[in-house]
Design a protein around this ligand. Sequence first.
Ligand code: GLC
Length: 488
Amino acid sequence: MAAASDAQDKKILHVAPEAVPFCKVGGLADVAGSLPLFLSRGGADCRLLLPAWDGVLDTAREEGLELERLPRVVCAAMDWRVHEGTVWRAAQGEMTVYFLESPLFRGRKIYPDQLDSDSVLPFVFLSYAALELENAVDWRPDVIHCHDWGTAPLVIALAWHRHYRHRQQGRGTAFTIHNLAHQGLLPLHSLREWGIEDDAFTVDGLEYFGVANLMKGAIIGASAVTTVSPTYAREIQTDEGGAGLGGLLRSQGHKVRGILNGLDTRYWDPAADPLLPSNYSSTNLRGKKKCRDTLFETFGWRDDGRPLFSSVSRMVDQKGFDILLPAIDRVLDLGCRLFFVGNGQKEYEDALLEVIGRRPDSVAAFIRYDERMAHLAYAAADFFLMPSKFEPCGLSQLIALLYGAPPVARSVGGLADTVFEHGTSGGNGFLFFDYSADALLEAVGRARALFRDDRGGYRALQREGMNSDFSWNRSAPIYRELYQSLSP
Ligand code: GLC
């Protein structure tokens, strides 16, 4: 117990570009919005720093948070320039959240399309302001936990910035890779504008094929590098899965570890979810049938016994749309219905609309992210489709499991750690391995057959997922132990 209570004493600051419920682009927001909160509920002194992008402070107020503007500003030193920010403090349940306000965060979408000195400046400011936060809030973290390339400048500053490398000795940093596909590449000269010294511009630093790679710098500089599932941690240390950084990650392998993401299961709970037309649990699935009926009524569908496969996903290459869409007619011909929520690359959206035009009785979609529709998609589904090309963790399959929609997923990354083949011990879904339309189709066929031929078997599969614990219970102790090992 002594170790556990020591860990509780450590002060941890999470710094993230996005976090639910305040702002969200992808799964990083779900993690940054739930992990520190979960640790705080367990008694840790874990706080969160977020940029006040447009609308963030209003959303915080709508969520019932009381915002207090702190009298002291934070000043972040770039090269010769200093940028100032205002800090707003709020209690979100047991956790303290700091919102950083600055003109730099106004009128921008969170992640820029093009990375350059100007568009990345808000992230650099967020990162440096995190190092200066103690001057405004009278609280100094023992460990700072950063998320993805947008907060990499914090770790980089501790190693190579002309002030921060000297002034901030002994800080433990954890850097979490949510997605190695986005590394933050930009011209080397940008770094100079931010006060990064020239010794960072080498191949042992941020230099990467003639440009600066922020993720690379953070991997080298961080005290610990984590990623969001054990399998992805192994994959990114290979040449095939390392997105150009496989060799580096191998050489830093002693400090790389995969820690499986959890969900906020107070929010994702079919028995209490206020966004569903009807609630349900593994022992009483009547409400799930009502959710299914609601969705069918929305599209004027008659229930003819075909199973419904849902997808809640950004429509991008990573998520497998390039194998799914070419196979879609064959999937439908197996006797399946499909429902999609999400948007993304135009060619995928267009291809989907084309099929819907031809086969409106079999496919429907909401081509934008809509929270209520997403919840209904999980609840109404008999199965959940997730044919990802790569998947650091994946949260949708966890939600689908809890909502009684066994996943049909490609065995890769976090999917391989959470979805297990029907008929094996702990079986909760269907897996395929090859990244191909045929392999996907074959797995859908197996799911379809179980649904038609073995209702008992299907129910057992559903129950397996619904009765699993996908909260942070499993991984929170691993993070606590990590923080303990990183703090002075
Ligand atoms: C990214 C990854 C996803 C992961 C999420 C949260 O969005 O693509 O797999 O679950 O981050 O870590």
